[in-house]
Design a protein around this ligand. Structure first.
Ligand code: SAM
Length: 455
């Protein structure tokens, strides 16, 4: 028995047939740290690090040989990649397997902060889908929004609601991802705090909370819609038992996912309903502890009345959006306060329904502030993958890019290409933000909330 890991956990894992507790303990004692990133293929075609190796179950995922100081890489701030634990990237494989990749669907990521799986969904579901990313904890919803803004797509609504609120949109979503808050044993190798905080009582508390989260939100899934349920816990009370509970309480079927045996992922079956689950153990798969399962709703689900509302004037002068955005005809624009947002035209009715029942933190992309005469472009527009590529821009060296990201003053001599006005700052061809070039100075418009501090 390990002196290092909680005995109560290892004893229970030992009850599983074929569980190799020696290898499990050893991998935790060794404490190797694995670093992986997932690239944003709308901004970056190749992995921007040397000697990276592909994550086998995710074609945009890469293991890095060591952990760089990501804060000092401008491409990280520009949303060219997301630093994500490799096991979690298995959701990409699931989307392929259930044929949702690239399909135009409505998806909800219910427990979304800080945004790892949301950015993955955004990449794999593609531009034609609508993604709602929800986080109940306000401070974490802000971090989620920062990461969504960096990712740069406009088909996303970030909300800050209790899961029960989604019961007001019955039969609406085609995909519901519940990456549930859990007891965190899967993170033992990465974080000592996870070990210190672990207890059987907490496993029970998490299990009850998981049932509540699922129970209060499940009606938002349409008939034949998919539920992807995941945790970073090894405890069956939070994993297979939750699947059994769902299958007992609601009309769902379990969906098996094809695996490559070289990946080291373990397929498990729940005790009562024999539901399929996928377990990642760090001594078998190259990643941290993770559990994921896919269920499909088979019962009828009532829905809400989708009245079409009257067309309202947006108040946005028509030329403004096309001046700054490529393919502007795909978007509707609207004013919120004095900010101009863009949002996919095909989902504008959906947004009206959301406004009636959800607390929306942000819908689509804020392109800027309208002064009545001109647009003051917003940071979100600089991060957007929909921004025009021929706007005035200045490429900077690494040192100058970091100076910009620290929101330090910039020198006019470094902006030789642009005489006056709004200018994008670029590093390796990717937009980082805005400066305004004035006759004798440069104003740095990088948002102070996301600037680099202390490095
Ligand atoms: N999906 C995220 C990602 O991949 O980056 C990680 C989500 S984390 C495992 C679980 C999230 O659930 C946390 O952001 C946490 O704040 C949120 N949460 C905590 N309690 C909750 C509750 N009662 N209902 C819904 N979400 C909750």
């Amino acid at each position: 028995m390990s002196n290092f890991l909680p005995n109560a956990l290892v004893e229970r894992l030992n009850e599983q047939e074929g569980f190799d507790s020696e290898a499990f303990n050893k991998v935790h004692e060794q404490g190797d740290q694995i670093t992986s990133i997932r690239i944003n293929s709308l901004k970056q075609n190749s992995v921007p690090f040397q000697n990276a190796h592909p994550v086998p179950w995710c074609d945009k995922g890469y293991y890095l040989p060591d952990r760089p100081v990501f804060t000092l890489d401008p491409l990280y701030h520009a949303g060219c990649y997301y630093v994500q634990e490799a096991s979690s990237m298995f959701v990409a494989h699931i989307l392929k397997e259930i044929a949702l990749e690239g399909n135009a669907i409505r998806a909800l990521d219910l427990c979304a902060a800080p945004g790892g799986k949301s950015t993955l969904l955004a990449s794999y579901l593609g531009r034609e889908s609508l993604l709602v990313c929800n986080e109940v904890i306000k401070s974490r919803a802000n971090i989620l929004l920062d990461n969504i803004v960096r990712w740069g797509t406009s088909n996303i609504v970030v909300t800050n609601n209790d899961p029960s609120t989604f019961g007001r949109l019955p039969g609406y979503f085609d995909l519901l991802l519940i990456d549930a808050p859990c007891s965190g044993s899967g993170m033992f190798r990465k974080a000592q705090e996870a070990i210190d905080e672990w207890s059987l009582a907490n496993v029970k508390l998490c299990s009850d909370r998981q049932k509540r989260i699922v129970g209060e939100s499940i009606s938002t899934l349409v008939k034949d819609g998919y539920l992807i349920y995941s945790t970073c816990s090894y405890s069956k009370e939070e994993n297979e038992d939750i699947l059994d509970w769902i299958l007992t309480e609601y009309g769902f079927e379990s969906i098996p996912i094809a695996l490559d045996s070289n990946w080291g992922i373990e397929e498990t079956r729940s005790a009562s309903h024999r539901a399929f689950g996928y377990r990642f153990y760090p001594h078998k798969a190259k990643g941290e502890g993770f559990f994921v399962a896919v269920l499909r709703k088979k019962e009828d689900q009532s829905t809400f009345s989708r009245k079409r509302s009257k067309f309202e004037k947006s108040g946005v002068p028509p030329h403004v959006v096309s001046e700054w955005l490529a393919q502007s005809s795909d978007f509707t624009s609207f004013m919120h306060g004095d900010h101009i947002h863009i949002f996919p035209k095909k989902y504008q009715e959906d947004l009206k329904w959301f406004q009636q029942v959800l607390y929306i933190k942000q819908a689509g992309t804020i392109i800027g502030k309208w002064t009545g005469r001109e647009l003051v472009p917003y940071h979100d527009l600089a991060c957007s993958v929909h921004i025009k590529t021929d706007l005035p821009a200045q490429e900077l060296s690494l040192d100058l890019a970091l100076q910009f990201l620290r929101k330090e003053s910039m020198h006019a001599g470094d902006f030789t290409g642009v005489k006056s006005g709004w200018c994008l700052v670029r590093y390796k061809g990717v937009n980082l933000g805005w400066v305004k070039v004035l006759p004798n100075r440069i104003n740095n418009y990088y948002p102070k909330e996301v600037r680099i501090i202390n490095l």
